[in-house]
Ligand binder design. Structure first.
Ligand code: ZN
Length: 441
């Protein structure tokens, strides 16, 4: 074991962090009021606040840049928007909630007949108090989102409609944070940051990933870690296009999003299906002590779609709690600060760290004494009085010794033994210190 172990924690070390859920929630609260979209100053403002936690490297990719089959769009910014009645009262007001404006709405400032206005309104009849979240990135139009109650109160013949927005040549903004490890091999962690005032989707992902980065920065790492914060779809496509020559350094990847709600953990496997990240996440969630769902890859969801497109096919899975579209509050104003909870955020943070810990510690070993079992009692590793029940620790020692033939990784051993990776890993540590194992490079 390395001598600096006492001074610098390892990813393999304790992941219990008191108060981390409150810290993660605190950043969500700070970022909640900002109107983000796939481009624009809301993204920049978000990243500047995140820079108080981690030294992000912020990149700007100009509008018009070809990124695979897509083009970086014009930059959208908005200052104000409203619908006023005949008495000049704002009855729909962007200043009250930024979800009221369809993201990427073109500017408009004129009096509009009710029938025309209605064609540009979205509401949720089944949840009359909620405002839906709608976007129109690639089809230039304008629109407002309102509660069903607001919609029903529109009775005048015409309304003054104003959206003070700009859609101009500018850039797409994304950010990276790179943490070098002992190896150049990388773990990629991606989260999208293009949603306005919505907490589970996507502030929970942003804040959990930022705090993971902050936490890992202080630890000793075998892998290098690259954290990417970018808009959904166009952001991951842009990032992949800009980094296409370096993709083979990515050995494992995880898209993290929607991790603050009360739903069970849901891991979606990579397109490969049996990548090490798939096996590590599956193992961790099976041993996490609560219900967890494991899904096979489908080409629908978040940015794993791009990382797992056939020409890219990286080993990138996705961790959420309740997935996109599977809870009523999804993409509505009800996905607010009350919908996400510090305890849930903290549990998500810990499961991510456990997955990274498996990746860090999942190595191959060789039993240095493979001709029959080595005598463990003589080495102080085994109880000296025989009995019928074998303690888990001792059973783990036997499993590691038996399967360490250079062909089975510690995760293989844990799966074969049906034991928690941590138990197998600490058994391997004991055997290594006793000289009964040697690492296979
Ligand atoms: Zn979303």
């Amino acid at each position: 074991m390395k001598s600096d172990r006492k001074h610098k924690g390892e990813v393999a070390g304790s992941v219990h962090r008191v108060g981390i859920g409150d810290e993660i929630y605190g950043l969500i609260e700070k970022l909640y009021p900002i109107c983000r979209s796939i481009t624009g100053d809301g993204v920049r403002e978000t990243l500047e606040i995140m820079r108080e936690h981690i030294p992000l490297d912020i990149r700007e990719v100009p509008s018009g840049t070809q990124v695979f089959d897509w083009v970086v769009p014009k930059e959208w910014n908005i200052r104000d928007a409203y619908v006023k009645n005949s008495r000049g009262k704002r009855i729909i007001d962007f200043q009250g909630h930024n979800l009221h404006v369809v993201s990427y709405s073109a500017p408009i400032n004129r009096v509009v007949p009710l029938a025309e206005l209605r064609d540009h309104l979205s509401s949720l009849p089944e949840h009359p108090a909620w405002i839906p979240y709608r976007t129109s990135y690639y089809n230039q139009t304008w629109g407002f989102c309102v509660s069903q109650k607001q919609l029903e109160q529109l009775t005048e013949k015409e309304y003054e409609v104003c959206i003070d927005s700009t859609l101009e040549e500018g850039s797409l903004t994304y950010a990276e944070y790179f943490l070098p490890g002992e190896m150049q091999d990388e773990v990629l962690i991606f989260t999208h940051l293009c949603h306005p005032s919505l907490c589970n989707d996507n502030l929970s992902g942003i804040s959990v990933v930022a705090h993971l980065a902050k936490h890992l920065a202080a630890l000793k790492r075998r892998y290098s870690y690259r954290f990417v914060f970018a808009p959904g779809t166009i952001g991951s496509i842009t990032w992949l296009s800009e980094n296409r020559t370096q993709l083979d350094q990515i050995k494992h990847g995880l898209v993290v999003a929607l991790v603050g709600d009360d739903g069970p953990f849901t891991y979606k496997r990579s397109r490969r299906g049996d990548a090490e990240i798939d096996r590590a996440a599956t193992h961790v969630l099976r041993h996490c002590g609560e219900e967890a769902k494991l899904l096979d890859f489908i080409p629908f969801g978040y940015d794993e779609r791009q990382f797992c497109s056939p020409g890219i096919n990286l080993p990138v899975g996705r961790l959420t709690r309740t997935p996109n579209g599977c809870y009523p509050e999804y993409h509505t104003s009800a996905d607010d600060l009350a919908f996400v909870r510090p305890e849930r955020l903290s549990e998500s943070f810990i499961q991510c760290l456990k997955i990274f810990r498996v990746l860090e510690q999942n190595r191959y070993y060789e039993n240095t004494n493979p001709m029959c079992e080595p005598q463990l009692g003589r080495r102080g590793l085994y109880r000296t009085t025989g009995g019928t029940d074998i303690p888990g620790r001792e059973l783990a020692l036997l499993w590691v010794l038996n399967m360490s033939d250079g062909e089975h990784s510690l995760l293989d051993v844990a799966e074969l033994a049906g034991m928690d990776f941590d138990v197998i890993c600490s058994a391997a540590g004991e055997l290594l210190r006793a000289g009964l194992l040697s690492p296979v490079e």
